[in-house]
Ligand binder design. Structure first.
Ligand code: ASP
Length: 598
């Protein structure tokens, strides 16, 4: 029989009962984690958001004892009882409340529970799809509760820190204008303007800039952003950013304030960071690590051999150099023990990132063991050894290609080998700011320039005159913060003059009329006294997944989507009534396979 709470008031959370409460009467409420019957005595582990406490039902407690016998996992109960010391030898050192127990005097069964699809335990091997379908049960697990409670504290610290530093929390619209540039938009059809669409924001970028034009000086928001992309392991279609913008600032001002924020956030996780964080230009990052998000927790850096080997008799090297590409190498210490299979695996990775193959050399007792050794002169071998630092027992891997391909390939191999050889420390936070990104990239498929950061990023003053002559050499006032090889945030100083903004749109192949149509409001706004401004956005989900050491970003989001972008609990997205579609003037032109089969 289920009971009402009536006038019972909870005296504390379960895990807050301590030895100081011995002798006191407490009222606790929560879920039955486990029931154990021990020859008359019944023990219940009672659980709430704070943790567990042990309840004891003595046989002499009469009816209360009899009813305790019927309790099952996840029943919701309220108990009044006296706090006692656990008998010697029965303490549980792993539990915060392990020295005490609550001797139950009164019991109310507030609700029962159907048999569970899986036990509420931290170590679970239940399929993630099952966990996501029953997310409410999954979220009862202490491990997930701990992560989400920490996420709350991080959000609170963020708000406090930014408010203390003069930032104002402001909301920006969720129904916005589609300005396709970057990722794909999620579209929302407008009922009131048939045939027109809103887009869900990929970021509040233009609104936060306009708030600077409006004179709010410093803005922030912890905000959901949406990108309709094919999902990779650590991506979600909707994700949360800590978004900020500041007026009358340059790069250094943004970086300084934001280092303070990151320090505060990590304090919540018990880590003491010591900003300023190291800096590296984009060119240096790509040169040494092959990527613009370098994992600086371990060495294994790329070495540039282009100048020394450009005249090589080995055609692959000479060709790469003569076409303006690079010749680079990775020296894997003690890598000569890699098996044929290891090398095949690495070759496969290299090919998947655009290489045509993978040249390797093992430096063994007997000398150079390698398919390419015969093409290299002794002098070239000496140069390779001198630059790469290779010694007996090492393995050399080469990339000779366009710079972007060779760097990416060796950068990826570096990470793979770092993992294989256990070179990446499990503990510790290595931050690095990456600066001086190129402003533009050339999109071969679209045959036009695209913005590396976004089209509102300012070029570096000293590079402005290269915009027409050598556009790919123009560096931007953009910066990313990288942590242990993951980009956790990025931002830039913005263009605050409408003439320069118009010039950049033109460079990006956005015709005047089109720019007017898509960004006219921004170009207009920029004309009315825009202060110099800049900002940044941090990925809160990613920060939380690193802080909590989570394997999946889904573990730090209460209601995440699957890799396919679906919500298994509510079964979204789902079909809608024809009536709903009629109201928004939508006709489904092509049914998806699943519906056709049905
Ligand atoms: N809006 C940018 C982003 O979402 C961040 C920024 O430039 O502030 O990546």
């Amino acid at each position: 029989m289920l009971e009402r709470l009536g006038d019972w008031k909870r005296s504390s959370y379960c895990a807050e009962v301590t030895a100081a409460d011995i002798g006191k009467t407490v009222t606790l409420m929560g879920w039955v984690q486990r029931r154990r019957d021990h020859g008359g005595l019944i023990f219940i582990d009672l659980r709430d958001r704070a943790g567990l406490v042990q309840l004891v039902f003595n046989p002499d407690a009469g009816e209360v004892h009899a009813r305790a016998h019927d309790l099952r996992s996840e029943f919701v109960i309220a108990v009044k009882g006296t706090v006692g010391e656990r008998p010697v030898g029965t303490e549980n050192p792993f539990l915060k409340t392990g020295k005490v127990e609550v001797v139950a005097k009164e019991l109310k069964v507030l609700n029962d529970s159907a048999p569970l699809p899986f036990m509420i335990e931290d170590d679970t091997d239940v399929a993630e799809t099952t966990r996501l379908k029953y997310r409410y049960l999954d979220l009862r697990r202490a491990a997930l509760q701990k992560k989400l409670l920490l996420r709350h504290r991080v959000a609170m610290s963020t708000r406090n820190y930014l408010a203390e530093n003069g930032f104002i929390e402001m909301e920006t619209p969720v129904l916005t204008k589609s300005t396709p540039e970057g990722a794909r938009d999620f579209l929302v059809p407008s009922r009131l303007t048939p045939g027109s669409f809103f887009a869900l924001p990929q970021s509040p970028q233009l609104f936060k800039q306009i708030l600077m034009i409006s004179g709010f000086d410093r803005y922030f928001q912890i905000v959901k952003c949406f990108r309709d992309e094919d999902l990779r392991a650590d991506r979600q279609p909707e994700f949360t950013q800590i978004d900020a913008e500041m007026s009358f600032v340059d790069r250094e001002d943004v970086i300084e304030v934001m280092e303070g924020l990151i320090k505060r956030i990590f304090e919540e996780a018990g880590a003491e960071l010591k900003p300023p964080f190291p800096r590296m230009t984009y060119a240096e990052a790509v040169g040494r690590f092959g990527v613009d998000n370098p994992d600086t927790r371990f060495g294994l850096e790329l070495k540039d051999l282009t100048d020394s080997l450009k005249g090589s008799g080995f055609k692959v090297f000479a060709d790469a150099a003569s076409k303006g590409g690079v010749i680079k190498a990775l020296c894997v210490k003690n890598g000569a023990v890699f098996s044929r299979k290891d090398l095949d695996d690495l070759t496969e990775i290299a090919v998947s990132f655009g290489a045509r193959g993978l040249a390797w050399v093992k430096i063994t007792e007997e000398g150079w063991q390698s398919p390419i050794a015969k093409f290299l002169s002794d002098a070239e071998k000496e140069t390779i050894v001198a630059i790469s630092g290779a010694e007996k027992g090492d393995l050399l891997l080469f990339g000779a290609d366009r710079a972007s391909v060779a760097n990416t390939v060796l950068g990826r191999l570096r990470l793979n080998i770092g993992g294989r050889l256990g070179l990446i420390p499990k503990e510790g936070y290595n931050f690095v700011w990456i600066t001086e990104f190129p402003m533009l990239d050339y999109d071969e498929a679209e045959k036009r320039f695209v913005a590396v950061h976004h089209p509102f990023t300012a070029p570096m003053d000293e590079d402005l005159d290269k915009l027409d002559t050598e556009p790919l050499k123009v560096r931007a006032k953009a910066y990313d913060l990288v942590l242990n090889g993951s980009e956790i945030g990025g931002g830039s100083i913005r263009i605050h003059r409408s003439d320069i903004q118009a010039r950049i749109f033109e460079k990006l192949g956005i015709a005047k009329e089109e720019a007017e149509l898509r960004f006219g409001f921004l170009l207009d706004a920029l004309k009315f006294g825009t202060p110099p401004h800049g900002g940044i956005a941090f990925g809160l989900d990613r920060i939380m997944s690193i802080i909590t050491g989570s394997e999946s970003i889904r573990d730090v989001i209460a209601f995440p989507k699957t890799q396919k972008g679906t919500d298994l609990m509510s079964d979204a997205p789902s079909a809608v009534d024809q009536k709903q579609l009629d109201e928004i003037f939508i006709r489904v032109a092509r049914k998806v396979e699943k519906q056709e089969k049905a």
